[in-house]
Design a protein around this ligand. Structure first.
Ligand code: NAP
Length: 279
């Protein structure tokens, strides 16, 4: 018997840097078919070299990139055991729209992982059980989802609020999966990794400044520490006990916006997002 044949497939987005790269290094192994994605090919290549992972680049500001990515992943895998939807960052909402015309925090933070996960539903449902982890944030507390203004054209778009809203949408999406895909053996959890001194905020002048000052050493934890909850959830796998749960690092039932459990919002966000990406 070939004991080194992969028996588990793990897909990690945003694995070219930060906590995603740390998780990729920790979860790699001879028994794992590891697939990593990122925006920058060079950075992603370095992680692929270190882990033996298969790497695909895609910019989540382009929905067509996400569609191509899903196709490439689906061609490469038989099934998916764990999908870590981790790519993200905080983006200035008023400077530019995405290629598809969306507010960038909304598209990169929510709409693109929503599309990717839906397109990967067949391989996720293929095996006995699968886990989808969405990297959310404590910033969900300052978010507010308005189904009639997902793209921030009617409200003043402050960056923290737009970012927090995308992170709240990660929790709502997690609960959408928990509700809709449980019969397919698919379990989903959301997680706040902590305030991580990663490259986070490099797409935003102000947030980047805060994360680059010497204070960063006192205000943040290392990417190694930040990745720990993602790694332990991935190792735990499709445990029904985590379905629909938002973790604040390792602690279940973290602090969340009052909107996070609203069933109408969970359904409404799913329906509206599906319309926006043409599902
Ligand atoms: N750092 C924190 O304090 C903190 C706190 C709470 C939650 N989070 C969340 O944790 C996740 C990982 O963040 P991190 O701290 O590890 O940050 P990071 O070091 O900046 O890593 C972010 C990852 O996401 C990818 N990414 C960013 N924009 C992308 C885009 N448009 N298309 C495709 N990929 C893109 C990056 O790819 P490239 O490097 O190739 O560009 C990188 O691999 C994010 O979802 C973030 O919101 C972070």
């Amino acid at each position: 018997m070939n004991t080194s044949a992969p028996n588990k497939t793990i897909v990690i987005t945003g694995a070219s840097d930060g906590i995603g790269a740390v998780a990729a290094r920790a979860l790699a192994g001879a028994d794992v078919n590891l697939v990593i994605t990122g925006r920058s090919a060079d950075k992603l290549d370095a992680v692929a070299q270190a882990t033996g992972a298969t790497a695909f680049t895609a910019d989540f500001a382009k929905l067509d990139d996400v569609r191509d990515l899903a196709e490439q992943i689906a061609r490469h895998v038989d099934g998916i055991d764990v999908l870590l939807n981790n790519a993200g960052g905080t983006f200035e909402p008023n400077k530019l729209r995405t290629v598809d015309g969306h507010e960038p925090n909304f598209q990169i933070g929510h709409l693109s992982p929503f599309l990717l996960t839906n397109l990967l539903h067949p391989p996720l449902a293929a095996d006995d059980g699968a886990l989808v982890v969405n990297t959310s944030s404590i910033a969900n507390l300052v978010g507010h989802v308005d189904l009639d203004d997902l793209d921030w054209t009617r409200r003043r778009a402050f960056q923290t609020r737009c970012y927090g809203t995308a992170k709240l949408e990660n929790i709502l999406f997690t609960r959408g999966i928990a509700k809709r895909w449980a019969d397919d053996g698919i379990v989903s959890a959301a997680v706040h990794p902590g305030p991580v001194g990663s490259s986070f905020g490099r797409d935003s002048f102000f947030v980047g400044l805060a994360y680059r000052t010497p204070l960063r050493r006192f205000a943040t934890i290392t990417p190694e520490k930040g990745a720990e909850p993602l790694i332990s959830l991935a190792q735990r796998g499709a445990d029904p006990a985590v379905n629909g749960v938002y973790f604040e690092r390792h602690k279940p039932n973290g602090r969340e916006s009052r909107q996070a459990h609203d069933p109408a919002l969970i359904d409404g966000l799913w329906t509206r997002s599906a319309q926006l990406v043409g599902l």
